[in-house]
Design a protein around this ligand. Structure first.
Ligand SMILES: Cc1cc2nc3c(=O)[nH]c(=O)nc-3n(C[C@H](O)[C@H](O)[C@H](O)COP(=O)(O)OP(=O)(O)OC[C@H]3O[C@@H](n4cnc5c(N)ncnc54)[C@H](O)[C@@H]3O)c2cc1C
Length: 397
């Protein structure tokens, strides 16, 4: 058969896109394929589980718009599907004077992005609510929360199937060509045909884009984010999300303390170059992928510019003491013995040929085709809004 639409990738973005497509075109046959044996196998299932409010992003930009919209849609979906979530609130904490201008800028952006009830606090005011948190000032963001994105993805899948869609796992897309009015998609499970094609491949998004004959302007570089887990005594001291003021030179938010929806508390993630696109630990090496990274001019430019920061991150990756020390400004009484090795996720970092890190969503449109070339954080929060934007792109002939 020829499907009306095939979507590659059963992460938050691919699944949410399938749902939105079913809403806009209820009569279409829709299939989502993924090479993994489960949904949310990569970024979506290995992230911090934070519901982002949209406070950080430049007003008027796509990330701000889709995050705020996606936030409300996500909460509505969770209410309908009885998915547990908690709006714990977040403290973004300045730990020294030099961070105050950055925190003020975030405050202004939050207001411009429509967030109400943000509160600027002195360190002591914050400690009335969160006694174990260090810092000289904080921005309280009541909208931020926690959730399990694997549970969200399972619910997306169930709704897609209830509406007659197919989610086919263990199916790797290996190539594609146009034939008359259809795309013929080669997969590890045989050929599939579809009139429309949407690729939401996360860590493989540039490779999938190339398969459709488009040359992406970016290459995906994999940056692993490693977590520690707090022991039970330390975990009791963290009731809210505790984030540093992010370094504006980097697209990552910095190591933070995150209560998880299952009761654990995580600390992390750092950001180290992974030696494979799906390299969840430093022993996983894919020589071909590593060579592609090292040969890439964008990586070389990044390495030249940030080698000092990279070396520090590498040291912190191997040294628990260094990891603890970087958390001390946020949690001064954190002991080394409070930290237990936790999991890791790998971020798909889209980097241009001169080393520019692309931190906004990036779609490439072709004929009856959309490649989602970059869907960085907060794409798990914003999945439904991104899905709607992708579907609008697809249908805008
Ligand atoms: C460490 C970390 C922490 C984060 N924290 C947060 C957070 O707290 N809140 C938040 O909102 N966002 C967070 N993010 C960002 C968020 O998780 C991602 O932006 C989002 O999950 C991206 O979803 P996706 O569907 O595009 O990608 P993915 O979830 O990676 O899904 C892509 C899918 O495509 C499949 N695929 C790839 N190639 C092929 C192929 N050839 N054939 C078939 N299938 C293929 C993969 O198997 C995968 O399942 C975090 C990310 C990381 C890595």
């Amino acid at each position: 058969m020829t499907y009306d639409a095939l979507i590659t990738g059963a992460g938050a973005v691919g699944l949410a896109t399938a749902l939105k497509l079913q809403e806009r075109r209820p009569d279409w046959s829709v299939i989502v394929v993924d090479k993994a044996d489960r949904v949310a196998a990569h970024q979506t299932g290995h992230n911090s589980g934070v519901i982002h409010s949209g406070v950080y992003y430049p007003p008027g930009g796509t990330r701000a718009r889709l995050c705020v919209k996606g936030y409300h849609e996500l909460l509505r979906f969770c209410e309908e599907e009885n998915i547990p979530y908690q709006l714990t609130g977040k403290f973004i904490v300045a730990t020294k004077e030099a961070e105050l201008p950055g925190l003020k800028k975030i405050h202004k952006r939050g207001i411009a992005n429509g967030l109400t009830d943000l509160r600027w606090m002195t360190g002591d005011e914050m400690r009335e609510q969160s006694p174990h948190t260090g810092g000289i000032a904080a921005l309280w963001v009541p909208q931020a929360g926690i959730i399990c994105y694997t549970a969200v993805s399972e619910a997306y899948r169930a709704r897609i199937e209830d509406r007659g869609g197919v989610v086919q796992l263990n199916t790797e897309v290996t190539g594609c060509q146009r034939e008359n009015d259809a795309y013929v998609i080669r997969t590890s499970a045989g050929e599939l045909r579809a009139r429309h094609l949407i690729n939401c491949g996360g860590l493989q998004s540039d490779l999938l884009t190339k398969m459709t004959g488009h040359q992406p302007e970016v290459q995906i570089l994999p940056f692993r984010g490693e977590y520690y887990e707090l022991g039970p005594e330390a975990a009791k001291k963290v009731k809210h999300l505790i984030y540093p003021v992010p370094d504006p030179a980097f697209p990552f938010l910095g190591v933070h303390l995150t209560p998880m929806i299952d009761g654990r508390v995580e600390a992390g993630p750092n950001a180290v170059l992974a030696f494979a696109r799906e390299g969840y630990n430093n022993k996983t090496v894919n020589l071909r992928e590593l060579a592609e990274t090292i040969k890439y001019s964008g990586f070389q430019a990044l390495a030249r510019k940030y080698w000092r920061k990279g070396a520090k991150e590498l040291h912190r990756s191997f040294s628990k003491q260094a990891f603890r020390d970087s958390l001390l400004p946020l949690m001064p009484d954190l002991q080394l013995s409070d930290l237990r090795t936790g999991g890791a996720g790998v971020r798909a970092m889209a980097v241009g040929p001169s080393g520019e890190m692309v931190d906004d969503f990036l779609f490439y449109k072709g004929e009856r085709l959309v490649n989602v070339a970059n869907a960085p954080s907060p794409a798990a929060t914003a999945g439904l809004a991104i899905g709607e934007a992708v579907v609008s792109e697809l249908l805008r002939e």
